[in-house]
Design a binder for this molecule. Structure first.
Ligand SMILES: [Zn+2]
Length: 190
């Protein structure tokens, strides 16, 4: 009887969190990263996660911690839009580098330079980014696989998530802070 109840609850939870896969979003993530994402899961909080292999539980928890911090800051600013875990999708891509120029552990993804072309960030047509906004609707980010320093995962989620929160809650501040090639960084919101 207990077992039956537990099964029923987990089925209900799965139904609540399952969302239809968005082929256009997945295609964009594949295009940006050069990876494919055969695994889809959710964090305990309800963030949809696409990955190359099943992420560890502590990695999923690190994603939730980043969003929890972001939502706390957002509420402090009186923002009410897109402050639920279920509003977000995170892609975990293969790291294109593991260490930064100083030799510090820094799993990052290479993305097209675009507006960063010719800046200090430019590596010759691409830049290394800890994370990147992929889409606004649904709200989606890409970050790199980490096998340690999961606090960095939380920070990247919290920081890149700022752009999405601002897009939906303060479009003027979003416009002023979206492009780091003109200066500025994170955190934007204290
Ligand atoms: Zn940013």
């Amino acid at each position: 009887m207990l077992l039956l109840t537990a099964v029923a609850l987990s089925v209900q939870a799965a139904a609540r969190y399952s969302r239809p896969t968005n082929p256009a979003l997945v295609a964009r993530a594949e295009q940006v990263t050069g990876d494919s994402f055969p695994v889809v899961t959710t964090t305990p909080g309800g963030v949809t996660v696409f990955a190359r292999t099943m992420p560890r539980a502590d990695f999923l928890n690190a994603i939730d911690r980043g969003f929890a911090d972001l939502f706390t800051v957002a509420e402090r600013h009186g923002y009410h839009n897109r402050i639920r875990f279920a509003d977000y999708t995170v892609f975990i891509g293969r790291a294109d580098r593991i260490k930064d120029r100083e030799g510090q552990y820094s799993p990052d993804i290479a993305v097209p330079a675009q507006q960063y072309a010719g800046t200090d960030y430019d590596q010759g047509g691409f830049i290394y980014a800890a994370g990147m906004v992929l889409a606004f609707n649904p709200c989606a980010l890409v970050i790199a696989e980490h096998d340690r320093d999961l606090g960095r995962v939380s920070n990247v989620v919290r920081f890149e998530g700022e752009h999405l929160i601002l897009y939906y809650n303060d479009r003027r501040l979003y416009e002023r802070t979206a492009d780091h090639s003109r200066g500025g960084g994170h955190p934007i919101l204290q």
